[in-house]
Design a binder for this molecule. Structure first.
Ligand SMILES: [Zn+2]
Length: 353
């Protein structure tokens, strides 16, 4: 059954109730005699308001029943939004996570159904006026602005009634590539040379790079895993470790006097939960005004700082608020963990070779 068929059946079964609905003046449409069109949808056409009118409540419930509850709807997001995975729609309900999920029945009912019901109600009330037939009879928009948290791709999700499938909207002008982060282990690795044997840490050292160098950094949002990884890899090519840590203001620890550096937040005051290695000592703290940290070879830092100072450009606080960590080697191998949550205390491990 498609929407048109559904609405025809509904109309046949509920014609009397529809006739008895009170009439309102339509806010802008006029009838043949230029008077406001008599209308049966109230001004407040929210989900709550429509639910209070029995015939519209039946329409919404019937719609959910016909097109959602009693169907096996496959969801295929082309590997985007890995938290959603590839499941049947009803499974999104069963594994309800905290927070808003555009694919739960509840949010479909609350946020999407009123649009459909309004369109259906328009068809119901004035079947001859084709100006209201703006509803595709086989496709329904399920989510408008869903961004993949891994790669940043914007997805508009459509429910294809005939195929019983929810998928990103695609057409002759728009194709959605598969998520480039599929199969990622979400660990970012990068290496820089540290010939001086000393690493400078600060919140933000990007200003030390020339315009030409910065051109090699892909202009991509750091709001997605893919963007953060790309920034880390691109800056490493310029000799700097750059890693997103959110607004965590992490501490930096030196293990075994510079064999390994850890960046993270250990709960030092709570001994039982403290996973900090015994031979690790705090050597500094990053104040995350910007949600990342930078680390660079000390000699390279001094050289770049001199060039920067000669350019007369205005200094940023990081250029005074930095600290130097001695390391046992001349190469820094970063292993950066992207999933930062309360249980993670190490964001980055920097192995020195
Ligand atoms: Zn993606």
């Amino acid at each position: 059954m498609d929407f048109v068929e559904f609405i025809k059946n509904f109309k046949n079964e509920h014609q009397e109730e529809i006739n008895e609905l009170p009439e309102y003046n339509h806010p802008f449409l006029k009838d043949e005699s230029e008077k406001p069109l008599k209308w049966k949808l109230p001004d407040d056409d929210s989900h709550e308001a429509l639910s209070e009118i029995p015939v519209f409540k039946k329409l919404m419930d019937g719609f959910m029943e016909e097109f959602f509850y009693t169907k096996e709807i496959k969801v295929n997001l082309k590997d985007h939004c890995r938290f959603y995975g590839e499941k049947a729609l009803h499974e999104f309900n069963e594994t309800k996570e905290d927070g808003y999920s555009p694919l739960s029945y509840e949010s479909i009912k609350k946020y999407r159904i009123p649009y459909v019901v309004k369109a259906l109600a328009n068809m119901l009330l004035t079947p001859d006026r084709d100006m209201f037939l703006h509803l595709d009879s086989e496709m329904m928009l399920i989510a408008e602005d869903l961004y993949c948290e891994d790669c940043g791709e914007r997805l508009r999700l459509e429910y294809d009634l005939l195929e019983s499938r929810i998928a990103p909207l695609e057409n002759e002008y728009l194709t959605i590539p598969k998520c480039p982060c599929a199969g990622e282990d979400f660990l970012i690795k990068a290496t820089i040379p540290v010939p001086s044997g000393k690493l400078v840490f600060a919140n933000n050292l990007r200003c030390l790079f020339t315009e030409k160098e910065v051109e090699t950094i892909e202009d991509i949002s750091v709001n997605s895993f893919y963007g953060r990884k790309k920034h880390t890899l691109d800056y490493a090519k310029l000799g700097m470790l750059f890693a997103s840590v959110g607004n965590t203001s992490p501490n930096v620890y030196s293990v075994n006097e510079g064999e390994e550096i850890l960046v993270g937040n250990f709960w030092e005051e709570m001994e039982e939960e403290n996973n900090l290695p015994e031979n690790a000592v705090p050597v500094g703290n990053i104040c995350t005004d910007l949600w990342w940290y930078c680390a660079i070879d000390f000699d390279d830092f001094k050289r770049r700082l001199k060039v920067f100072e000669e350019s007369g450009e205005e200094k940023n606080p990081s250029l005074e608020d930095y600290f130097v960590v001695e390391i046992k080697g001349t190469e820094a191998h970063l292993e950066h963990y992207v999933e930062i949550d309360e249980d993670v205390d190490v964001f980055s491990k920097i192995i020195i070779k």
